[in-house]
Design a protein around this ligand. Sequence first.
Ligand code: NPW
Ligand code: K
Length: 506
Amino acid sequence: MYVVTAEEMRELDRLTIEQIGIPSLVLMENAGRAVAEEVFRAAGTGRTRWGVLVGKGNNGADGVVAARHLQDAGYDVQLLYVEDPSLWKGESAVQRDIAVHYPLRSEVYVPGAVDWSRFDGLIDALLGTGSRGAPRGPYAAIIEEANASGLPIAAVDIPSGLNANTGSLNKPCIHAFLTVALAFTKRGLEQFPGAEAAGQVIVRRIGIPGGLADKLGVSTFTLTAEEMDEKQGLDAFRKRRSDSHKGSFGHLLIAAGSRTMSGAGVLCTRAAIHGGCGLVTWALPDRISGPLTGLVPEAMLQPMEDNGHGGWSAVAAEQLIPLTEGKEAMVLGPGMGRWDGDTLWMRAVWDQTDVPLVVDADGLNMMASSGTKPWPTRKAPVILTPHPGEMARLAGLTTAEVQADRIGLVRAFAAERGVTLVLKGARTVIATPDGKVYINRTGNSGMAKGGSGDVLAGLIGSLLAQGLHPEQAAVIGVFLHGQAGDRAAADKPSYALTASDLITYL
Ligand SMILES: NC(=O)C1=CN([C@@H]2O[C@H](COP(=O)(O)OP(=O)(O)OC[C@H]3O[C@@H](n4cnc5c(N)ncnc54)[C@H](OP(=O)(O)O)[C@@H]3O)[C@@H](O)[C@H]2O)[C@@H](O)CC1
Ligand SMILES: [K+]
């Protein structure tokens, strides 16, 4: 499903009106009716007294249309114009005049004077994709009062106050239970905290052709289950040929684990096996290989000479590099720890191997320690899987800066570094080196636990080893990882989820 910015949305509106010839008022009528239908669906015949908060732009005009249709459906509707509408122009003036003749009841908002107990619910038609910065003047005041009223709020297109492009919230911002996104969902509705402020997001077509987004080069997508099968090949991946053997599904090398973090290696290795690859070799410090023998019986262990430390500090890169021969992919990083000179060590592995590579956890920190200057593009593909803290170190930003515009950041970083990038966290985003961004919707807060990332790295490595394109491996891996979490959370309270559960439910 396409995900647009405010600028892209404006251009799609313009093309539809000017090139295709659908009048703007027709789009607006479709939009307002769609909002009314969704409010009616949500509120039914129980809550019928609705206040519509109307701003001066087209978002407000959509709200007036919705009010007409709700009144027709038998609701008791009241328009609350945020400011005196007599000076309004364009389509909001057209809708204002229609409202007079319809007639719809209306009043001009006076701060502190609204009796909110008159309403069962509110429609937020204050600001849409044309808003800039934090709501000002009466817009700010009415948003604060509406939130404080405790009434359920349905937002038209976006909650007023939301940054439609990043998902960050201005102060104040409407907190809605439902957002009817018009024509396409917006980036800000798909990333937190915007996704929280939006409540349930329902996308309604209003007459803008879907194909126009492709023509315009919109390259951000959410993944529906159908698209996973049709466009990402999940279905095809699940069907294994009946004459296949373990050699058909690739051999993955994993460099992970150390004395205090051996579990990261166990989880990564087990996830890789459950992810379907034919063979897994787990390279780990010799000292810990003894106690771990037999823990993952399906994997081959490759003890690395470690001077008895149980860590990687004494393991020369030259020990690891030859092990990549004959492997289809490598995962490097989970639970490895850090040591003096590890950045050069990592760089040697980066430069001197030619397997597709998944870098996670400490592997990412090793890269970040060399500064923000990009490493040379490898011949074989690279997938980086940072959480926001690791991403911040890689990009030389703070975690808050990373979270402020996750989609914008990953797209730019992946393109600049020539890597596939998986930025984890609620609504994980995946960026490809050629500029596409996917937003994942599977998963739940029960997965916010140590070990989840190790499972994801192993799973993506497993998919790469099976010959999937890096984009496909990253997207399918993230989707299945979240889906496993959702399946597990259907069987037990989500707080009780473990990383091992994710593997069981893959
Ligand atoms: N084009 C179409 O045909 C279709 C459009 N559609 C609908 O239109 C919406 C976009 O409409 P839009 O572009 O008119 O902008 P919108 O968000 O209503 O308001 C902007 C106005 O508010 C003001 N303002 C801005 N920032 C502010 C702030 N922080 N605090 C206070 N005020 C602020 C600003 O005024 P200014 O400050 O510039 O004088 C400006 O006039 C879109 O979300 C969808 O609902 C659909 O129906 C499909 C058909
Ligand atoms: K709105």
